[in-house]
Design a protein around this ligand. Structure first.
Ligand SMILES: [Zn+2]
Ligand SMILES: [Zn+2]
Length: 271
């Protein structure tokens, strides 16, 4: 059994959210391993975007899953005496039964699983799933094309997808739980400060706690955008309820493997 507590409650350097050549990462797995060893990391978990039922250029194909596990094994043989390497995936929640809880993912020999939402239903044609996770320019275009400019629909759909994912289970770590806030607040300034928005985050947090999942503090956007997921303003709540957390950089480049992590850990500790 994968021991999160042991990893997160020590002072060891770790990152459990890493994208490589198997999805949209910008370097291969071995480059991340050598960088991690150079920086003194003890634990490194790989999380390619999982195979998915909808059209997505970002996600890995089912055909490459075996190669992925083979590469982990090869790297463990080469570097396993210097660093602990874990095989995981960032599994997309798409719809009921199509997400981390599916038989397909349950049967994969993963060390742990991250569950994330990147897609929500098109407003007029709900069977079509639309990516709301990418860069703001693309998001803005889809706001017009797929959502009639209805930003509240987009935010509410994101959180209802998250809630459904948490209810269905099949994963260990909740990935970037309020990430929609970043694109949404660029589309409508201050939306993530509105009470109804706050309520959605808190309801999700309570549901996660009821299900005893680990909450990721995702630090990918901290240095460039000054934003953590969940937002810094929720760190006090995480502490108050003693939520189990992991602090991950969601790195797509080896040089960013520790980006924002120490800042988040420090902020968590002083609250
Ligand atoms: Zn993600
Ligand atoms: Zn990711």
């Amino acid at each position: 059994m994968f021991d999160f507590k042991k990893i997160t409650q020590s002072t060891d350097l770790y990152n459990l959210h890493t994208h490589t050549q198997f999805c949209d990462g910008h370097a291969n797995m071995e480059e991340f391993v050598t960088e991690a060893i150079d920086l003194g990391f003890t634990h490194l978990g790989f999380t390619p975007h999982s195979p998915i039922s909808v059209e997505s250029p970002v996600n890995m194909s089912t055909e490459s899953v075996k190669d992925y596990f083979d590469e982990i094994e090869r790297l463990r043989r080469l570097y396993g005496d210097r660093i602990n390497l874990y095989a995981s995936m960032e599994i997309d929640y798409v719809s009921v039964g199509d997400g981390p809880s599916s038989d397909y993912f349950s049967n994969l020999p993963l060390d742990y699983r991250i569950g994330s939402v990147h897609f929500i239903p098109d407003i007029a044609n709900p069977s079509e799933m639309i990516d709301v996770d990418g860069k703001f320019n693309g998001f803005k275009a889809r706001m017009g094309k797929n959502f009639n400019g209805d930003i509240e629909y987009v935010v509410k759909s994101f959180f209802s997808q998250m809630m459904a994912m948490v209810d269905e289970g099949g994963f260990d770590i909740v990935g970037h739980m309020d990430k929609i806030g970043f694109n949404a607040s660029q589309y409508r300034d201050g939306i993530d400060e509105e009470p109804w928005y706050d309520r959605l985050v808190i309801d999700l947090f309570e549901n996660i706690m009821d299900h005893h999942y680990i909450i990721e503090i995702n630090t990918k956007a901290w240095l460039q955008r000054n934003r953590f997921y969940p937002n810094l303003k929720y760190f006090g709540m995480l502490k108050r309820f003693n939520a189990p957390v992991v602090v991950n950089s969601d790195a797509h480049y080896p040089t960013l493997i520790n980006s924002g992590r120490l800042e988040a850990i420090k902020l968590l500790n002083v609250l």
